[in-house]
Design a protein around this ligand. Sequence first.
Ligand SMILES: [Ca+2]
Length: 201
Amino acid sequence: MLKSVAGRQVPFTPQQFPIRLSRRVGLRTMPSIGAKKAVACPSGEQFVNGGFETGNFTGWTLSDPMDWECTSAYQGQGPSEGKYHARSVSLEEVTATLEQDFAIPIPVECFKDTSIFSVDTQWYQLYPPPPSLSIWQVEILYTDDTSTVLNLFADQKNVYVTHDLKALLESGKTVKGIRVTVKRATGEYAGYYIDRCICSI
Ligand SMILES: [Ca+2]
């Protein structure tokens, strides 16, 4: 018996032994290296004052306090929901931003079918069409300092449009927050509004 066992060990050559050893070590270590880390997902609404119903910009970071106004209505343009919305009052050639970073960054995989990630925006423009040098966009910001940009000039004018940001999320990334940007071209006369920002996980 021993002889036959010894006989079967003949194929173990000096070249093969290290390979078998490394495979064995690999199998032992793989479960810990390859184990998927549990993703920490926040729950509930992630925006603070996403509808601007405090009547001010609590929770938001403004490029300059002079660039934005929290208002109930302006020239007949009412909010999308509630009593207040945000309006850009930036001057020409100024890049005005309105940004909110979430308290806890959100891995994209945390967004479920039932999650909502959206913003309502509205714009009108009287002069000049089209705004080739203007910027009117919302960005989904990621923790790797990249972003997904949504150009809002394609929207129908004078009505609030709900934008589904969840559909634009880039897999594998982690959402840091959102940024709205307005830049008016010289001589432009337009209105830019945002309201009802929702990020419900
Ligand atoms: Ca509102």
